[in-house]
Design a protein around this ligand. Structure first.
Ligand SMILES: NC(=O)C1=CN([C@@H]2O[C@H](COP(=O)(O)OP(=O)(O)OC[C@H]3O[C@@H](n4cnc5c(N)ncnc54)[C@H](OP(=O)(O)O)[C@@H]3O)[C@@H](O)[C@H]2O)C=CC1
Ligand SMILES: O=C1O[C@H](COP(=O)(O)O)[C@@H](O)[C@H](O)[C@H]1O
Length: 497
């Protein structure tokens, strides 16, 4: 680990793209504004478009205009940015990039520290890593790190090939595989809620928890990403990474220390304990869906198959729900239900931990529906924690009424100061903290689990597609998945109550 405001050059490959403009430049700006970057930093943008430094800096200033802070001169900030146009497949340009980096290293006194951020289509990841090494850009007096965007492969086989190629140029501890959910404030809070509260850990097992539900629903559709999404679908896009990572954080054993190695090792154990399913069993444990037309926020929405670059008879799923079982002492018998989809009723990521009912409830006769205790971790857009309890509430006699204790995390941070996932992860990477990045072992195990499901789905046409209306909660089979076990999906966003 290095200091809190590390010195480094960040080279962004894909500097004119959507991710760089929407997420990376604003994140670098916020780090700068919050004193998390020393003055000794430079950003070098690489893409093919023939921009001048001035054009590039103007683009950067545009991308930060929503977040601008009057006390910071945007030109002073933008002066740290440099542009170097070339096609990354053309080996001859890497030498000139290296020269530029050496010059900037001297100018900004960045001590040879370099982050190579691959914000480009995944087919370039392997080549870029190889070229950076072969052309000497990784040989400096400081540290060099490689940040890789998702998707990391398309299945286990391609992910392994990619990993093998990257590992020829970078060691595992130089590789930072992004899963932006791990940078979210409330995802990081899972560990704190679990391991810093005496009241939860003793109950955190199959004796006291009946099921856990993880939902990540989106209102947005596939927008202009049809080409990518057609070969991905919700399973690869969301389940292989974000959903399984959240599940692992909820299910892991307490690490002996809060180091990247110890936390990762516990997450890996959870992924290894996932009950494997056979292709024949996929239908029993997983539901796939695809959105049809519908009404969302009063607006008529087209179905997935009507989108750009989408096959009018597409078999691609835009919704997945599933039941995961973890075969270890702590979790045997407790279903972890996951659900994610596009064009759903609301944008919301939430985790619901449902506790078992008491062995005998004195209020059963008096209350028709005794409410189970729930611990809800609201990841986004509402951030917070809600505990659902039962209590007597201002009435004669002894009746039980459901009540909630609520902590709202949005309220404690003004919007400008809530760290965005990419901001947190960039800062972690600069400090050399890989805790919130995914290790190859986790990626490999996640792909192995997901491959069985994707194989089953690719080999069978979903006859009933499209099977859920835009603006709904997904297909009815997803409700049945829980109902068959005697449960239901909880709808728990505080504003709705
Ligand atoms: N956008 C997002 O919100 C998210 C993106 N990601 C991932 O991030 C990566 C980038 O995504 P995104 O920004 O949306 O993609 P874009 O298509 O918007 O950007 C791609 C970038 O790559 C550059 N580029 C393309 N080909 C070459 C080449 N041969 N040589 C040099 N530069 C090239 C393009 O610039 P030019 O045309 O000028 O060369 C552009 O800057 C992908 O892996 C994606 O999966 C992950 C999560 C979210
Ligand atoms: O990785 C991805 O995540 C987004 C959802 O992210 P969120 O932070 O808005 O919840 C999803 O839209 C996209 O398809 C996927 O690639």
């Amino acid at each position: 680990m290095t200091t809190n405001s590390p010195k480094s050059i960040i080279v962004i490959f894909g500097a004119t793209g959507d991710l760089a403009n929407r997420k990376l430049y604003p994140s670098i700006y916020r780090l700068y504004r919050n004193g998390k970057l020393s003055e000794n930093f430079a950003v070098v943008g690489v893409a093919r478009r023939p921009l001048t430094n001035e054009d590039f800096r103007n683009n950067v200033k545009k991308s930060i205009s929503h977040f601008e802070d009057k006390s910071i001169d945007p030109d002073a900030f933008a002066s740290h940015f440099h542009y170097h146009p070339f096609d990354v497949q053309d080996l001859s340009y890497y030498q000139s990039l290296n020269k530029l980096l050496n010059t900037l290293d001297e100018k900004h006194e960045t001590e040879g520290n370099r982050i190579f951020y691959l914000a480009m289509a995944p087919n370039f990841f392997g080549t870029l890593a190889t070229n950076l090494k072969s052309e000497g850009l990784t040989s400096t007096n400081g540290w060099t790190r490689l940040v890789i965007e998702k998707p990391f492969g398309h299945n286990f086989k391609s992910a392994k090939e990619l990993n093998d190629q990257i590992r020829e140029a970078f060691t595992e501890d130089q590789i930072y595989r992004i899963d932006h959910y791990l940078g979210k404030e409330m995802v990081q809070n899972i560990e704190v809620i679990r391991f810093a509260n005496a009241m939860f850990e003793p109950l955190w097992n199959n004796q006291h928890i009946s099921n856990i539900q993880i939902t990540s629903s989106e209102v947005l559709g596939v927008e202009d990403r049809g080409r990518y999404y057609e070969s991905s679908g919700a399973l690869r896009d969301m389940v292989q990474n974000h959903m399984l990572q959240m599940m692992a954080l909820l299910a892991m054993e307490p690490p002996i220390k809060l180091t990247p190695e110890e936390i990762r090792s516990e997450k890996v154990k959870v992924l290894r304990a996932l009950k494997p399913i056979t292709e024949e069993d996929v239908e029993k444990y997983f539901v796939r869906g695809q959105y049809d037309r519908g009404i969302l926020n009063g607006e008529e929405i087209n179905g997935y198959r009507e989108g750009n670059s989408v096959d009018p008879e597409s078999n691609t799923e835009t919704f997945v729900s599933g039941k995961l079982l973890i075969e270890n002492f702590r979790w045997a018998g407790v279903p972890f239900y996951i659900r994610t989809g596009k064009r759903m009723k609301k944008k919301s990521t939430e985790i619901v931990i449902q506790f078992k009912d008491l062995p005998m409830n004195l209020y059963y006769d008096k209350e028709e529906n005794i409410h189970p205790n729930l611990l809800v971790i609201h990841i986004q857009p509402y951030e917070g924690i809600t505990l659902h309890l039962n209590a007597k509430k201002g009435e004669y006699g002894s009746t039980s009424t459901p009540i909630t204790l609520n902590y709202n995390n949005n309220g404690s941070n003004d919007k400008m100061n809530t760290p965005e996932a990419y901001e947190v992860l960039l800062n972690d990477c600069m400090r050399g903290d890989s805790t919130n990045f995914t290790h190859w072992d986790e990626v490999a195990l996640s792909w192995k689990f997901v491959d069985i499901i994707s194989n089953a789905w690719e080999n069978t046409k979903a006859e009933q597609f499209p099977n859920y209306e835009s603006g709904s909660n997904g297909p009815k089979e997803s409700e049945a998945l829980l109902e068959n076990d005697g449960f239901n999906w909880w709808s728990v966003t505080p504003e709705e109550e």
